[in-house]
Design a protein around this ligand. Structure first.
Ligand SMILES: [Zn+2]
Length: 250
């Protein structure tokens, strides 16, 4: 007999997402979903924490929090997230990269292998990186700035010659606003103490695994901030591109 809180099914291809990228653009930063609950929907994914205080990587069932002050470790299960996406990762597609590739080349190679640009994909890359540039954002305070302005305070770190794992998603263009169109990737070092939102890198060699996302479960925040935010205004495509690729105002 199932108990009162049955564990959600470990359904291959199901992505669970809390809130939307568009809500982030408009400063909806209060966490609503606990890490404990998020991790019941997947063992792999990315996101941020309450008031943008840390970059999230969920890998092999553990949720890591990397903060702008340099502290890193597993997240407290009671902490809440304002934006995260997770899935149960299986590694349906599995490729080896034996020649060095930069971020643009890796994305192009994966794009070429994928069966369709119109699906979600969970992307995992385990390998050795000659170069990895990551960023973290400092905790935000009310009145919350829009994301394009919060990103101006980002802390950028460059790591060289290290093992680690890229965790993220490739989302289709027709889901722009719910997610970023294209790749949104985070990085966690092999020692689990370095990383963040991945900007740029050179992968010397590694293993690339991808799962197709067939289902999206989207949870809207039940907060006044979300209910009253002006969602969907402006050039969403340009703003998302700017906040994910360097924070330059479009
Ligand atoms: Zn990110």
């Amino acid at each position: 007999m199932p108990g009162p809180n049955p564990t959600p099914r470990n359904t291959p291809g199901r992505i669970f997402q809390a809130s939307t990228m568009t809500a982030m653009l408009e400063g909806v930063y209060e966490g609503t979903t606990t890490i404990a609950e998020l991790c019941r929907h997947g063992d792999f994914g990315i996101g941020t924490f309450d008031r943008l205080d840390g970059e999230m990587i969920v890998l092999d069932g553990r949720c890591y929090r990397l903060r702008a002050d340099g502290t890193a470790g597993e997240a407290d299960l009671a902490t809440r997230t304002p934006l995260a996406a997770v899935t149960y990762f299986h590694g349906e597609y599995d490729w080896r990269m034996t020649e060095p590739v930069d971020a643009t080349e890796l994305r192009a190679a994966i794009d070429k292998w994928l069966p369709s640009p119109n699906m979600f994909y969970a992307v995992r890359v385990d390998g050795h990186f000659d170069h990895m540039v990551t960023r973290m954002l400092p905790e935000q305070h009310r009145p919350y700035p829009r994301l394009i302005d919060a990103v101006a305070e980002q802390i950028v770190s460059t790591h060289t010659d290290l093992d680690g794992t890229i965790v993220g998603f490739r989302s289709p263009t027709h889901m722009l606003g719910v997610a970023a169109a294209g790749y949104h990737l985070h990085f966690l070092s092999g020692c689990r103490t370095r990383g963040g939102h991945a900007y740029d890198f050179v992968l010397r060699s590694g293993r690339v695994r991808v799962d197709v996302g067939y289902e999206l479960v989207l949870r809207m925040p039940r907060t006044a901030d979300f209910h009253t935010a002006q969602l969907g205004r402006g050039d969403i495509a340009a703003e998302i591109e700017a906040v994910l690729q360097g924070g330059r105002r479009p």
